[in-house]
Ligand binder design. Structure first.
Ligand code: NAD
Ligand code: ISE
Length: 338
């Protein structure tokens, strides 16, 4: 069976997902697209190998009988409306991170799924499909390094547009590290603090770049998240867990090392598309396969909710300079235990 997918939002990652749905993955086709920038939607549709409907709005696309499942890749504040409409229509939805930009919006999505009695939403936390992070998780689960004590996560972007804010660094960038901490350590975040190192001279005036989040997990483990978004040299994602009797860390993401002229080195990825290309492929194929069978998989609305609540606390910690406790609502049975 071929799953007919409607894509809402065809900016940077929307177009990248359209490419992979069309050229890389099996069992899916892009049947419809929309974007508030209709010219952009039309030009993306025109580049597809098979005809795709261009809808005037996301709501129209979701309601269309030609669309079996929906991929939401519009900007964060628009996600809630589209995800809720998909749940209402009983259609599986892959929603790029963040699930929604406020705790309340995420709770409305959880309430809608609980009322529907089934999970319909998968959140685009692609790191959960990265070989490196999966390997780290297996090592932790094996007990080989003992009880995890500290997880160091570094999230470095080469540069960002001037419009990016310090709060945006927390909710848009660190959200991945928050989900990664939950995924690797298997516990929730209990409290957040933010430290402000000396600012990079490469950063815009208004930006606290870099910043460091300190997450206290419910079992006492600590997580440091260094976010640096004007690092210049490339897109560099690092991670190391320190356990009681050993450590496990991400290796360099390129698989070759070049030695010449008395030195050695390799390529640093240019951006998230290059660094996580395989993770995005695996993630989206998993969603397509599950959705084709009417099932859900992957990071859930609960995971999206938990990450957003922690990031909200992170913004409060950043702005107030205080340690902010994180309180999650009771986890509905629909979302299991992990
Ligand atoms: P972008 O600005 O390049 O694209 C967003 C697109 O959505 C634009 O084409 C815009 O016109 C469209 N849009 C805005 N409002 C809309 C609406 N109401 N209805 C329909 N279309 C609308 O941004 P992007 O970088 O592609 O990011 C899109 C989403 O994907 C964001 O939520 C972002 O956080 C997420 N993202 C995730 C990753 C990842 O690594 N998983 C990477 C990049 C972006
Ligand atoms: C972007 O939206 C992403 O999700 C990328 O994965 C992240 O590295 C980047 O910082 C965000 O802006």
């Amino acid at each position: 069976m071929t799953l007919n997918i409607g894509v809402i939002g065809v900016g940077m990652i929307g177009q990248d997902h359209v490419r992979r749905l069309t050229q890389v993955l099996a069992g899916a086709r892009v049947a419809a697209v929309t974007d508030v920038d209709l010219d952009r939607a039309k030009s993306v549709a025109a580049g597809l190998p098979q005809q795709a409907q261009v809808h005037q709005s996301g709501q129209e696309l979701i309601a269309s009988d030609d669309v079996d499942a929906v991929l939401v890749a519009s900007s964060g504040p628009t996600h809630e409306e589209y995800v809720l409409a998909c749940i209402e229509a009983g259609k599986q939805v892959f929603c790029e991170k963040p699930l929604a930009t406020t705790r309340e919006a995420c709770e409305r999505i959880i309430d809608a799924e609980v009322a529907a009695g089934r999970r319909l939403t998968m959140v685009g936390f692609m790191r959960r499909y990265d070989d490196g992070y999966r390997g780290m998780r297996e090592v932790v689960a094996s007990g080989d390094i003992g009880t995890p004590l500290v997880f160091h996560s570094a999230h470095r972007n080469p540069s960002v547009p001037d419009a990016v804010t310090s709060a945006g660094m927390v909710v848009d960038t660190c959200v991945h590290d928050v989900d990664t901490a939950r995924f690797l350590l298997g516990t929730e975040v209990a409290a957040v603090q933010v430290a402000k190192p000396r600012r990079s001279s490469r950063a815009a005036e208004h930006l606290q770049d870099p910043l460091v989040l300190l997450l206290e997990m419910t079992d006492g483990a600590l997580v440091t998240v260094e976010a640096a978004v004007n690092i210049g040299y490339g897109y560099d994602i690092r991670g190391e867990i320190v356990g009681e009797s050993g450590t496990v860390a991400l290796a360099e993401s390129n698989r070759i090392v070049v030695k010449r002229d008395g030195g050695f080195g390799g390529r640093v990825p240019a951006d998230w598309r290059e660094r996580f290309v395989r993770a995005y492929d695996v993630e989206l194929q998993a969603w397509v396969d599950a959705a084709a069978g009417g099932a859900s998989t992957g990071p859930s609305a609960w995971d999206g909710y938990a990450a957003t609540v922690v990031c909200d606390a992170g913004v409060e910690a950043l702005e107030s300079g205080r340690r902010i406790e994180v309180t999650l609502r009771e986890r509905p049975g629909l979302y299991g235990v992990d």
